[in-house]
Design a protein around this ligand. Structure first.
Ligand code: PMP
Length: 380
């Protein structure tokens, strides 16, 4: 049986709540998503959309997801057979992994990696095959990729824009990954929850690389793009054979629910792209404000092109152990953040040891207050 893991995010959020610290740990916005979308949820509740949704998801949301994939990326997806609505991206990823990973199968993933991946892969009976990215630029290293692949590799679980590094993979890196998938006959599951939160460069779905559409399950969700992380509406889209396998697992995990939120999500996904562009502009300002502030305090700030997250090396401010520092900060400085080592398998990993991940999806005043608190603590 896979060992139960403690979750550093909930641990840090609990610590932040207990100490009254500003929580720049867990990535959730402190402002609501668009009121038109919230109104749509209220209307859906009032309109009686309160029973089980169809297993694949409500038709309006499946249509909206297909229209989005076509409009934004030129990807053709069938709304009947090519989309499965899930409880957040997490359930789509878990269903995909449970469907595609068998005992002893290996799953390629960039490392550092989102904390949910390894426990799910292990629950499925598989093994993680990390492809190490290194700071400060976190580029895909072709040698590390080649070394991670072997005859047991079955799945590539790719996340770009990448949490926790903020890296947005470039076309050439995606092409290298596609090449491995095609050569080795791998299925790709792509976690694209930050697909629209890109501040520099742009996001290309792996499914758009030639030869990949037929072997890629593309996963996304409502939470980040529309600042509604608590609604947990997600989806997987792709070729019918793969979506059918996800559906077969999802059916006996949670079946179907969150019906009013699915209706409202259909409204959100169909909203004009300009609205998301405004959010991206605001987040870019917040990123820059936090980066400037941490830089002024003496941290070595790493570049971040997407997501909610900014990483900063604490060694220039005389803290080489980010984990130990993050455990002290809530109580002593009144700020919570996450050590980057929480996203790697090897606890003593040198690449991440002194790096802290800060979430910048917070009101500007909150970011300023956090910087002030950190400054005061460092001066003491
Ligand atoms: N993947 C990544 C990379 C994430 O950062 C998150 C949320 N922190 C998720 C998946 C989970 O998405 P959801 O809330 O839609 O399940």
């Amino acid at each position: 049986m896979a060992a139960a893991r403690t979750n550093v995010f909930t641990e840090m959020t609990a610590l932040a709540m207990r100490t009254g610290a500003i929580n720049l740990g867990q990535g959730f916005p402190d402002e609501d998503g668009p009121s038109a979308v919230i109104d749509a949820a209220i209307e859906a509740l009032r309109a009686g959309h309160n029973q089980y949704a169809p297993l694949p998801g409500v038709p309006a949301l499946r249509d909206a997801v297909c229209a989005h994939q076509a409009r934004r990326y030129g990807l053709e997806v069938d709304p009947e057979t090519g989309v499965q609505v899930t409880f957040g991206a997490t359930e789509a990823i878990a269903s995909g992994l449970f469907a595609l990973v068998g005992s002893g199968d290996e799953v390629l993933m960039l490392e550092p990696s989102f904390d949910a991946y390894a426990p799910i892969v292990e629950r499925a009976g598989g093994r993680c095959a990390p492809v190490a990215l290194s700071p400060p630029d976190w580029r895909l290293d072709p040698d590390a990729l080649a070394a991670a692949v072997n005859h047991r590799t079955r799945v590539l679980l790719l996340n770009s824009p990448h949490n926790p590094t903020g890296r947005v993979l470039e076309l050439s890196e995606l092409e290298q990954l596609a090449c491995v998938c095609i050569e080795r006959d791998l299925i790709a599951i792509t976690d694209e929850v930050y697909e629209h939160l890109v501040y520099d460069g742009h996001h290309t779905p792996l499914a758009t690389i030639p030869g990949m559409a037929q072997r890629t399950l593309t996963v996304s969700s409502l939470g980040k793009t529309h600042s509604l992380t608590g609604w947990k509406v997600g989806w997987a889209s792709g070729p019918p054979e793969l979506v059918a396998r996800v559906r077969a697992i999802k059916q006996f995990l949670t079946f179907a629910g969150g019906t009013p939120f699915q209706h409202a999500a259909a409204v959100a996904v169909a909203r004009p792209d300009d609205e998301v562009a405004v959010l991206v502009g605001e987040l870019r300002v917040k990123r820059d404000r936090l980066a400037r502030g941490l830089g002024r305090l003496g941290f070595d700030v790493l570049p971040t092109a997407g997501t909610y997250f900014l990483n900063a090396d604490a060694s220039p401010v005389d803290h080489d152990d980010a984990r130990e520092l993050c455990l002290r900060l809530p109580e002593e400085a009144g700020v919570a953040a996450i050590p980057l080592s929480a996203f790697v398998a090897a606890p003593g990993d040198d690449r991440t040891r002194s790096i802290i991940r800060f979430a910048f999806c917070k009101r500007e005043q909150v970011i300023e207050d956090a910087l002030e608190r950190l400054g005061a603590w460092l001066r003491e």
